[in-house]
Design a binder for this molecule. Sequence first.
Ligand SMILES: Cc1cc2nc3c(=O)[nH]c(=O)nc-3n(C[C@H](O)[C@H](O)[C@H](O)COP(=O)(O)O)c2cc1C
Length: 219
Amino acid sequence: MHMPKRHRLIFERDGIPLRKISHEHLDNRMIWKFLYLTNRHRFYMNTIETIKKRHSYRGKYKPDRIPRKDLTTIMEAGLVAPSGCNKQTTSLICVDDIDVLKQIRAVIDPPIAETAPAMICVLTQRIPAYRDKCFAVQDYSAAIENMLLAIVELGYQSCWYEGHITDDDRICDKIAGILNVPEEYELVCILPVGIAESEPVAPKKKAFDERAWFNSFKK
Ligand SMILES: Cc1cc2nc3c(=O)[nH]c(=O)nc-3n(C[C@H](O)[C@H](O)[C@H](O)COP(=O)(O)O)c2cc1C
């Protein structure tokens, strides 16, 4: 039986088969259902689906530890993002050690993502990319969005926490101190990673034609 390529993806991840299944069974819809139910958190969505499914999650997380393999995949997604003149100004520190997480939580007031079992800290180097132009903000924003999408695709949830930690009380600098971040780097954002206890809520967005048009601006 001919299998379209996108269906074959479900059986393997990074070249490693998830389930061995004989081809004569592939027309059995029960198997597809079984595969979906047993690998639900690993089920490949297409990119557009993942983009639409992503929402900021600010609820509680389950205590399950996140495999390093998944955290690495998420960070790799961030590091392959485009960057102005390919300066690659974004660096990442993933914290999954309970003691370090505790130290970080102690400096976040008011608290956020207290139950997250892992947290990716986003660092930037504000260096010029072209003449006096610095694209560091664009660079780390692209990396963050890539990571948010990877997080959702792998079955986890997150939220882009930047405003909260870069305010006047500079929680970001306190976290950077805990993580031994050198002075030439700035910690700008944290992304909790974990399995959500509840469903993320989709915020209301303006209608498509209020913000996007073809061929000319329309009032
Ligand atoms: C630059 C930036 C900073 C943000 N900082 C915070 C923050 O400090 N705290 C927070 O709860 N959400 C923060 N968010 C998430 C936004 O509130 C969220 O993206 C927005 O409400 C739209 O919701 P959505 O992500 O579900 O589409 C930030 C998002 C961006 C892009």
